[in-house]
Design a protein around this ligand. Structure first.
Ligand SMILES: NC(=[NH2+])NCCC[C@H](N)C(=O)O
Ligand SMILES: [Mn+2]
Ligand SMILES: [Mn+2]
Length: 300
């Protein structure tokens, strides 16, 4: 395994959804020992601390179909700048969330460096809504659409260009809750989706073999965006939008190990950890365990 220089970036963002506590995700993940564990694997870790996000109390929340739009865009612009710098320095960006709206900024920063960026979206949801199709108005349900260049211009045009990713370079894994507009977009754009149905039928080994093969042929870098609600709530209870019938801890470990072996992942984020909704920091602990597998931990 090659030793990496990993820059850890915390993003205490909770403005992309309505449940309080997900802003404490980065702290919970640090408390679960992310830095020590990754150092123990031999990597060089630099913790860049947290990005400053406008506190929810100070944001004037009007009822709109894009809740907290300006503050979400502002935080994501800062994140995009930092991610961009980290990659320019030759380091691996590891982003700790925070709600999933932060993928907008991550992908804006990462995509500057790759002509054909691949994205693995490990999630119960598609996060392919727009203000028009969203049932909730929550921007954490929109980041993948935004990165495809679909959605509000303030989000889509962060860092001045769009789209950040191409539909044929995306693989969604673990989907089991998709809104009507998301299903339409998936079909229209031909996005590859492994729902729980395919994962049950084929098994995680086959799913990851296919995913790696599919992306290897056409991408020059691959970002892993892992929403902890992709896992079953019994394994990851500390999330704001849990959906039963999810991926197990074991399946997720296997997925991370296979990605590590593929050597294709060039950036990663772990999002939606909400310690207020959690049981004794279980979800942050699971997140750290998955990161360890992604960065090369082996039993023997
Ligand atoms: N990143 C997430 N947890 N997203 C959940 C989105 C839920 C729902 N599809 C919505 O748009 O409101
Ligand atoms: Mn989700
Ligand atoms: Mn998500």
């Amino acid at each position: 395994m090659d030793k990496k220089r990993i820059s850890v970036i915390g993003v205490p963002m909770d403005l992309g959804q309505m449940r309080r506590g997900v802003d404490m995700g980065p702290s919970a993940i640090r408390y679960a020992g992310v830095i020590e564990h990754l150092e123990h694997l031999g990597h060089i870790i630099e913790d860049l601390g947290d990005i400053q996000i406008t506190p929810a109390e100070r944001v004037h929340t009007a009822e709109t179909n894009l809740r907290n739009l300006e503050a979400v865009a502002d935080g994501n612009t800062k994140l995009a700048d930092i991610v961009n710098n980290v990659i320019s320095n030759g380091d691996f960006p590891l982003i700790l969330g925070g709600d999933h709206s932060i993928a907008i900024g991550t992908l804006a920063g990462v995509s500057q460096h790759y002509k054909n960026l691949g994205v693995i979206w490990y999630d119960a949801h598609g996060d392919l809504n727009t203000g028009e199709t969203s049932p909730s108005g929550n921007i954490h349900g929109m980041p993948l659409a935004v990165s495809l260049g679909i959605g509000h211009p303030t989000l889509v045009n962060i860092h001045g260009y769009a789209p950040k990713v191409k539909p044929q370079n995306i693989v969604i894994i673990g989907a089991r809750s998709l809104d009507d507009g998301e299903c339409r977009l998936i079909k229209e754009k031909g996005i590859r989706v492994y729902t729980m149905h395919e994962i049950d039928r084929l098994g995680m080994t086959k799913i990851m073999e296919e995913t790696i093969q599919y992306l290897k042929e056409k991408t020059d870098g691959v970002h892993l965006s892992l929403d902890l609600d992709g896992l079953d709530p019994s394994d990851a209870p500390g999330v704001g939008t849990p959906v039963i019938g999810g991926l197990s801890y074991r399946e997720s470990h296997l997925a991370m190990e296979m990605l590590e072996e593929s050597e294709m992942i060039t950036s990663a984020e772990f999002v939606e950890v909400n310690p207020i909704l959690d049981e004794r920091n279980k979800t942050a602990t699971v997140a750290v365990a998955l990161m360890c597998s992604l960065f090369g931990e082996k039993l023997l």
